[in-house]
Ligand binder design. Structure first.
Ligand code: ATP
Length: 383
């Protein structure tokens, strides 16, 4: 399979594919009566930066721990380079796990923290010295080699933990929320740093995160999980432009949803009448959502007529939020629930709260999804 921007569905039956380092086949994991992984199948390619993304409790850490050998699967297979890993101990697997807590030895210098795993493998002194020095140079910690962990910043400690994991040259590095302990600014910097480093060492990284922006910044491909199931595996771009369902569309980036009843090429809404929709490959009919990305919508001027191919809706401006590079304008559409958000590049032309507004979007850029059963029940029969 190649990385493209085409929509990709998850097939539980694996295709034989060259270049896969990890192949997860129909993995199920029960903790008592909790099903943490429900028939998960995935292939991860050699040298790939792969993210497991989803809300709290979706099963992403459990999957990472099953790959690392810290949990046994209830059923299914996990293969690494074609060999079945199920049943082997963590230390027998050519994978290394970097934990959230970093787990550094407080009494050891940075250099010795990084060398620790190699000494345990009884490598020669020369080999250890050259590998540790090489890794510390890569993560820019040569000047800190003699310090103890408490003499380092959070970002530096994170780099020591990373060095310790990659110095052993595992086939696959597993990272469980590796940036969770860092503040927002440092986190952003480390995301770029981690990506650069992964490129440089050419190792396969599998990262767990609940932060979609983080996954999109770093990963070549992302698996979105919910309730133990893989909903979609795709590149960040593919996920953003072709989410397979309402959950993925809501989880990745910002999305406006207008509820209604879909029939043919229109959605009947309560307050906005009938709006045109572009039907997806799998046709939607019945309770659904029209989904519009904020940046694909615009506000129409007072006497402006919409362009060909645009749909429009009216509402009342609730307010504007200035975020620096853009202003987010919130418009409560007539009869629709949550405010519709659209982004404008400047603050000075944002309309005041209470003003009537017309928004427009291109019909062929908007998506349509079936409404989940749970939400249909809550919403009743109306939109
Ligand atoms: P978070 O982002 O909050 O860490 P997660 O997506 O990583 O969430 P998991 O930790 O994989 O989720 O947990 C998946 C489900 O399995 C949850 O319902 C969790 O409560 C349950 N679970 C995980 N580990 C255990 C365990 N050792 N015993 C019982 N239940 C567990």
């Amino acid at each position: 399979m190649s990385v493209t921007d085409e929509p990709q569905t998850v097939d539980p039956v694996l295709d034989a594919a060259d270049g896969d380092v990890i192949r997860i086949e129909r993995v199920v994991k029960w903790f008592g009566d909790v099903c943490a992984l429900n028939d998960v199948s995935l292939q991860i390619r050699d040298g790939e930066f792969f993210a497991l993304l989803g809300p709290s409790g979706c099963g992403k850490t459990t999957l990472l721990r099953c790959i690392g050998g810290f949990e046994e699967v209830t059923s299914g297979r996990i293969e690494l380079d074609g060999a079945d890993l199920v049943g082997s101990r963590p230390y027998e697997r050519p994978v290394n796990m970097m934990f959230q807590s970093y787990a550094l030895f407080p009494h050891l210098r940075v250099w010795d923290n990084v060398a620790y795993g190699l000494k345990a493998e009884r490598l020669s002194k020369d080999e250890i010295r050259s590998r540790v020095d090489e890794v510390l140079a890569k993560v820019d910690l040569v000047a800190q080699a003699d310090r103890r962990p408490h003499q380092l910043s959070g970002g530096q400690r994170q780099r020591v933990a990373l060095s310790r994991a990659i110095v052993k040259r595992p086939r696959v590095l597993l990272l469980d929320e590796p940036l969770a302990a860092l503040d927002r600014k440092l986190r952003g910097e480390m995301q770029i740093e981690l990506k650069r480093l992964q490129n440089e060492v050419g190792m396969t990284f599998i990262i767990v995160t609940h932060d979609q922006e983080e996954a999109m910044t770093m990963a070549d491909r992302i698996a979105v999980l919910d309730h133990g199931r893989v909903l979609q595996v795709a590149t960040p771009r593919e996920l953003y432009h072709h989410p397979v369902d309402h959950f993925v569309a809501a989880f990745i980036g910002k999305m406006n949803f207008i509820p209604g009843d879909v029939a043919g090429d229109a959605i009947a809404t309560t307050g906005l009448g009938s709006l045109p929709v572009r039907q997806p490959t799998v046709p939607v009919s019945g309770p659904g959502y029209l989904a519009v990305r904020p940046e694909t919508a615009r506000m129409l001027g007072d006497d402006e007529t919409p362009a060909t191919g645009e749909a429009t809706a009216t509402g009342t401006v609730e307010g504007s939020v200035f975020v620096g590079s853009q202003t987010h304008v919130h418009v409560v559409l007539d009869g629709a629930g949550d405010p519709f958000v659209l982004t404008r590049p400047r603050i000075d032309d944002a309309p005041p709260a209470g003003a009537r507004a017309r928004v427009a979007w291109r019909v062929d850029e908007a998506l349509v999804f079936p409404r989940p059963q749970s939400e249909v029940a809550v919403a009743g029969d109306g939109a």
